[in-house]
Design a protein around this ligand. Structure first.
Ligand SMILES: [Zn+2]
Length: 434
């Protein structure tokens, strides 16, 4: 069955934004204590966060699985800081398998930090500064305010091909998952960023860390943004433009906190270095895999294969390296080989949509319809993509289930590009009145 659950949430949000005046009330900002106009309740924020967390993780590369102890560590640091957020949200922290230096928070306290950011930080206090900043975005209703202003829906309702990380098949997500994309990529604005810097740094100090880490973190960001490293520009720095002013504000706040008695806080450098040992050691392997993806996209299949072999030689436990080799074999029309590689990926991580999508598409090519259907269904349960819906439609049509096929085509046909076009053509043909 086509899952309609997420469509419903989007509709609830639309209903909320078309009648804002009737619903507007006063809410207290838990972090600042200020009274604000707003209508998205804490319970609604928690529901939105819980609903969108899964698809948001999937489209940002999925969970980092090679060293689960790292996620445990990040969660501990996150909980230690979030304890001072003044609101008891069901906070959750994950490490995403993504080389772009980035971190984000959904309403309701669902946070994520990318592997690519963790390798740039020097100590636990800097990690706590990142997480503290993001915790404030969630706790101080910054995402909720974007919803109240209708900022996210404009993005969510425009059906565009949103590139998805971690699958080489060039798919785009269904409309139902686009709210998650909007929430992850939203820009909160300067006032919200200042509020997050200010209260995030306070929480850092209250949690026992040296607040000066917020200054060194900003200095690193500023240095990296001056270097115009492309992956930095698309990640954290795009949504958080660093400036000398921000560094200066943080310095002033640290002085204030010192005068309030927050001195001798810890940095936790040794703990941080120990916890991030694996991702720092594997940094070159991930760089090779990222270069392989680029070469693959540009059609340099042989170069891509060489680079992914190098990545696998350094870290064979990484599921996405196996899946990438599967993507290359798929492109070379070596579908049996592709299946073997996706099998290895799924053995190592059975909760990432891209592995099932790749294996499902390979089974489509091999005409193993039953196995294709099972894999494509597993992929859309994790993240609905237009390509999976189109292929599920074709399978349903071949099985004679024309009503179901029509629904799949209709859903996939909401997207732009060749997949949407093919789905619309098939829908029209099935529903032609003779
Ligand atoms: Zn921010």
């Amino acid at each position: 069955m086509i899952r309609l659950r997420k469509f419903r949430m989007v509709r609830v949000l639309i209903a909320m934004t078309v009648v804002p005046l009737a619903l507007s009330g006063c809410v207290t900002n838990p972090v600042t204590g200020a009274s604000e106009v707003g209508f998205v309740s804490t319970a609604q924020q928690i529901a939105i966060g819980e609903e969108q967390y899964g698809p948001a993780q999937q489209m940002q590369g999925g969970l980092y699985t090679v060293d689960p102890a790292l996620t445990e560590y990040v969660s501990e640091v996150g909980r230690r800081v979030a304890a001072y957020s003044n609101i008891d949200l069901p906070y959750e922290f994950v490490v995403l398998n993504n080389s772009v230096p980035n971190a984000w928070a959904l309403p309701g306290g669902k946070l994520a930090v990318n592997r690519g950011l963790l390798v740039e930080l020097r100590n636990e206090a800097e990690l706590a500064a990142v997480l503290g900043h993001e915790v404030v975005h969630a706790a101080a209703r910054h995402g909720a305010k974007q919803i109240e202003r209708g900022m996210l829906l404009q993005g969510a309702l425009v059906v565009t091909a949103i590139g998805v990380q971690g699958s080489g098949l060039g798919n785009s997500v269904m409309q139902s998952a686009q709210l998650a994309a909007s929430l992850v990529n939203t820009k909160y604005g300067r006032d919200a960023e200042r509020e997050s810097d200010y209260y995030g740094t306070r929480m850092l100090a209250q949690a026992g860390y040296d607040p000066y880490a917020a200054v060194t973190l900003q200095e690193t960001f500023l240095k990296l943004s001056n270097g115009h490293e492309p992956s930095w520009m698309e990640g954290l720095l795009a949504s958080h433009p660093p400036s000398a002013e921000r560094v200066q504000n943080n310095r002033g706040l640290v002085e204030t906190l010192r005068s309030e008695g927050f001195t001798n806080g810890e940095y936790g450098s040794d703990r941080y270095q120990a916890a991030t040992r694996t991702i720092r050691r594997d940094r070159d392997a991930y760089a090779n895999a990222d270069d392989a993806r680029r070469a693959f996209r540009e059609g340099n299949t042989e170069e891509a294969l060489e680079l992914v072999e190098a990545a696998l030689a350094a870290q064979s436990a990484e599921p996405t390296f196996h899946a990438l080799r599967g993507d290359i074999r798929y492109e070379q029309e070596r579908y049996d080989d592709a299946v073997i590689n996706y099998d290895r990926a799924i053995e190592r991580d059975d909760a990432f949509y891209g592995h099932y999508l790749g294996r499902g598409m390979s089974h489509v090519a091999l005409k193993n319809h039953a196995r294709a259907k099972a894999d494509l269904n597993a992929s859309v349960a994790l993240l609905p993509t237009t390509i999976a819906y189109l292929e599920l439609g074709k399978i349903a049509e071949a099985e004679g289930n024309l009503e179901l096929a029509s629904r799949y085509y209709q859903a996939a046909g909401q997207s732009e590009g060749p997949v949407g076009e093919e789905a619309r053509a098939r829908y029209t043909r099935l529903n032609r009145v003779n």
